[in-house]
Design a protein around this ligand. Sequence first.
Ligand code: ASP
Length: 344
Amino acid sequence: MFNRRKFIKASALSASLLAIDRASAAAMIPNPSSLETVKPIVISTWDFGIAANQAAWKVLSTGGRALDAVEKGVHVPEADPKNQSVGYGGLPDRDGHVTLDACIMDDLGNCGAVAGLEHIMHPISVARLVMEKTPHVMLVGDGALQFALENGFKKQNLLTKESEKAWKEWLKTAKYAPVMNIENKLYDKAAPTKLPGNQYNHDTIGMLAIDAKGNISGACTTSGMAYKLHGRVGDSPIIGAGLYVDNEVGGATSTGVGEEVIRNVGSFLVVELMRQGYAPEDACKEAVMRIIKKKPEIAKGIQVGFLALNKKGEYGAYAIQKGFSYAVCTSQKNDLLIPGKSYY
Ligand code: ASP
């Protein structure tokens, strides 16, 4: 069992090893990323996090607020038609509707979310408006669309030709067969870039940032599980499941099969564990272990990954399966990483 004393000891040991010989120390430390304490910093899920982080970095590096950075950052995959698991170009639900889920949370504990939103390219910005302009936290479906249109968002067709074609292919068998880690080319160079029609993918962008003032915000946005039942909502727009931020402690976000994350209130759990002294990677691992413990048979065949950032700027990740990737951007680097370990 992890305890605070062990954590402090481990950190002190890591620091002294680092002072002696950075290269050999790094090899000995299970989670070298946890030594990072550079701020500002932005981290996000999957390979597409690299481009998203760059957009967020433009805000952070000019003294901007973490909240603005995460919103601008996730706009990149939301607007990318080639990204079939977020925003425009996302694979549709079983009935051919592209329905988007997103949420955002700031350093003051404010949050906003939309679920099942259709026709709007940037659901994250609608979520932000829900947070800032309404007394509510979440709007869904037609109500969310109406709110977006009233606030100047433009109605667009989000179903690209490519995603429509994949959906029509899928309809031939209508069989669920998840392709894990479809976005991760670092781990698996041979991973397909195009999905066969009878398969579906899921991969959300979750982003966490600390600005120059030390304040944390997070954003999470997705088209959810492809070919889902119309009306299905995953973890991504649910505060505490897909995203959670506590400015005193840190933030966490998740990707993968959202039902399992919701059952365990995953991101909230990760943040609470960090509050107790867990390092980010250890907190993510514990959240993954809860999923595996409750549903071992299901967990074998699915991917869920958590990504966390604490107040000090230390970060870490852990996933059920190999192949999860995340991107980290600071003044010193813009890297794509894979978690040191995964369960399988
Ligand atoms: N968590 C998302 C959902 O369940 C999908 C993903 O991140 O892969 O909708």
